[in-house]
Design a protein around this ligand. Structure first.
Ligand code: KG4
Ligand code: ZN
Length: 371
């Protein structure tokens, strides 16, 4: 085994949604992955409540950092850097992680790396399958995003080929679970019910798959409406809703479109492997169908274990370690949380280096920190 002592030791903090994640990695080796989730507190609202999430992050932050360091068996003073999700995500939730990361970086005198949540979902696979090939084709499917991305260097170059024009894949799972009264979050429970259902029972529509439709964009809102209408009609007729068959048929429609478009993108771009990341990549059927279709097309599939697909701190640490290894500029302490950080910016070098012209969320800017 290679000597890994020279590889960067990085702590990563993730608070973009309802998971307080803190991970520790050495290069591409996972040392700790501590997660505290507030998901149960949101369940009765049927979705993540931003203020509840922010408060839960605040309470969980320091204990989760301490647990991660203990699990990794390292001391904070040995770290080579602190990485944190700077965006995209819920503004108030991001702010808790960014503030904590700044405090630790400042107190310990360590470089700070504000990184992109989406690039982290891709980079995490280095902990599972080693260095990402370059270029990498990635299908990113989470609660907030569904995109096909091509990256030649995960620290500096992420190019979107296509994205959802309406709902994200995970959002569709969550909404259909709500219509079926299965609770929140919807992905895992639909996955479970679908295993006992017939995926061919109901022919639900495959969005944006016509010959004139954009090849790499996704749409799940038509599917969502179609499933909801189908269920309503059954209920109106006083018939029992076959929950397992609906779950399986809905899931099949989502997974069919995702894998079809991802394989097509690989072929069109001449990329011989595909990475799938984000919470929906934990889906059993997506993993199986992707494996099948990739094999048939001669494409190598890389999907991290389910726990590394859903939000976690290790993915942030993985991208931070890559930033250190590639000598990318650290962020300055004026780093802002940016709720709509574009996927094309894997990291945020600092307040002065912001270049994109969309609405920033400057909860903590260098100005109000030092003035
Ligand atoms: O990446 P993630 O943890 O958070 C975001 O960045 O959004 O993704 C959460 C999403 C939720 O919509 C959840 O329902 C979905 O991932 N999800 C799944 C599964 N596990 C989580 N969707 C389908 N099948 C699963 N097994
Ligand atoms: Zn995520």
């Amino acid at each position: 085994m290679a000597d890994t002592r020279d590889e960067p030791l990085v702590l990563g903090i993730e608070t973009s949604c309802d998971e307080t994640g803190v991970g520790v990695v050495r290069g591409t080796t996972l040392l700790a992955d501590a997660v505290a989730s507030s998901v149960d507190e949101h369940a009765r609202f049927g979705g993540v409540v931003p203020e509840v999430a922010s408060r839960a992050h605040l309470e969980a932050m320091v204990p989760t950092i301490q647990r991660a360091l203990k699990d990794a068996g390292v001391s904070a003073k040995d770290l080579d850097g602190i990485a944190v999700t700077a965006g995209p995500g819920l503004a108030g939730a991001l702010l808790v992680g960014v503030s904590a990361a700044k405090a630790y970086a400042y107190a310990l005198g360590k470089p700070l790396y504000g990184v992109n949540h989406l690039a982290s979902h891709i980079c995490v696979d280095q902990l599972e399958h080693g260095a990402l090939p370059e270029p990498t084709m990635a299908l990113l499917v989470s609660g907030g995003h569904s995109s096909l991305l091509l990256s030649t260097d995960i620290t500096s170059d992420v190019r979107p080929l296509g994205a959802t024009i309406d709902d994200a894949a995970g959002e569709a799972f969550d909404k259909i679970a709500r219509v079926l009264n299965l609770g929140f979050p919807g992905g895992p429970v639909i996955d479970r019910y679908a295993r006992e259902g017939d995926p061919d029972a109901i022919a639900f529509p495959r969005g944006l798959t016509g010959p004139r439709d954009p090849a790499y964009d996704f749409s799940f809102s038509g599917l969502k409406t179609s499933v909801a209408r189908w269920i309503e009609a059954k209920r109106a007729a006083g018939e029992e809703v076959p929950v397992r068959d609906v779950a399986a048929s809905f899931q099949e429609a989502v997974v069919d479109v995702l894998t079809r478009k991802a394989v097509r993108a690989c072929k069109d771009e001449g990329v011989d492997h595909l990475m799938i990341g984000g919470g929906v990549a934990a889906n059993t059927r997506l993993r199986a169908m992707a494996q099948e279709r990739c094999e048939r097309a001669g494409i190598r599939l890389r999907v991290p274990r389910p726990k590394l697909c859903t939000d976690n701190g290790a993915m942030v640490a993985a991208l931070g370690a890559e930033m250190v290894a590639r000598n990318r500029a650290a962020s300055d302490l004026g780093l802002s949380a940016d709720s709509s950080l574009p996927v094309t910016e894997p990291h945020v070098p600092g307040a002065h280096a912001h270049s994109h012209d969309h609405d920033h969320v400057h909860e903590v800017s260098k100005d109000n920190l030092y003035s």
